[in-house]
Design a protein around this ligand. Structure first.
Ligand SMILES: CC(C)(COP(=O)(O)OP(=O)(O)OC[C@H]1O[C@@H](n2cnc3c(N)ncnc32)[C@H](O)[C@@H]1OP(=O)(O)O)[C@@H](O)C(=O)NCCC(=O)NCCS
Length: 182
């Protein structure tokens, strides 16, 4: 497997097309999100990290965007993570764990941020825990995806990972994403 890390501005049409195909296959319930060359959902990302097989096909992928957010009374630079996906024919073979491992190594270097951050469904909390994320109990405030003037709040599973700061320093209080979620 080759590890590929690419800034959003360097993605080619071919990259978008191949990543969109992987995301359509992995997120079967959301066929419209990744139609054509669209290889992200919700907030636009800043960079991609993926594993490619010998033929160059992306088989595991995640996207990140860094943002200064409010957490309780303080501010943190977090790397929001989304579009985590492994090709269905290769799931359960450690590729997802390897991908998150590659992310962790970059959270204090290439994608330098205080913490990695993501929100997910209850059914994948176990996967992220095993891969090194810690579940946080903060409520999260964000802008509605369909009406960006409406602020919403959620208590859905929130996971954090150390970047330049240890998870023991992750603050309490509401996380205000000040924008769209990832
Ligand atoms: C979730 C996903 C990324 C996991 O990738 P994967 O390559 O299948 O996972 P891995 O093989 O690396 O599993 C790593 C570990 O997590 C465990 N694991 C995998 N999926 C799990 C789940 N849903 N719940 C709990 N544990 C899980 C594995 O058993 C393995 O444990 P081990 O270290 O004890 O062997 C992949 O299944 C996927 O793409 N699913 C569809 C898209 C999706 O739901 N993405 C997440 C959106 S938030």
């Amino acid at each position: 497997m080759n590890v590929i890390s690419r800034w959003e501005t360097a993605l080619t049409e071919q990259d978008h097309s191949a990543l969109a195909e992987l995301l359509r296959a992995a997120f079967v319930g959301f066929p419209d999100e990744f139609s054509g060359l669209r290889s992200w959902a919700l907030a636009r990302k800043e960079a991609r990290l993926w594993l490619a097989d010998g033929s160059g096909r992306p088989v595991a992928h995640l996207a990140v965007e860094r943002r200064v957010v409010g957490v309780g009374g303080s501010e943190s630079l977090i790397a929001g993570v989304g579009e985590v996906a492994v090709a269905p024919d290769l799931q359960g073979r450690g590729l997802g764990a390897r991908l998150i491992n590659e992310l962790r190594a970059r959270l204090s270097t290439e994608f330098a941020a205080d913490f990695g951050f993501l929100q997910c469904g209850e059914r994948v909390v176990g996967f992220y825990r095993r891969a090194g994320f810690t579940r946080a109990s903060n409520a999260v405030r964000y802008l509605d995806m369909k009406d960006e003037r409406t602020v919403r709040e959620t208590n859905s599973p929130t996971m954090v990972m150390p970047g330049r700061r240890p998870v023991t320093e992750w603050p309490d209080g509401v996380v205000d994403l000040r924008g769209l979620p990832w």
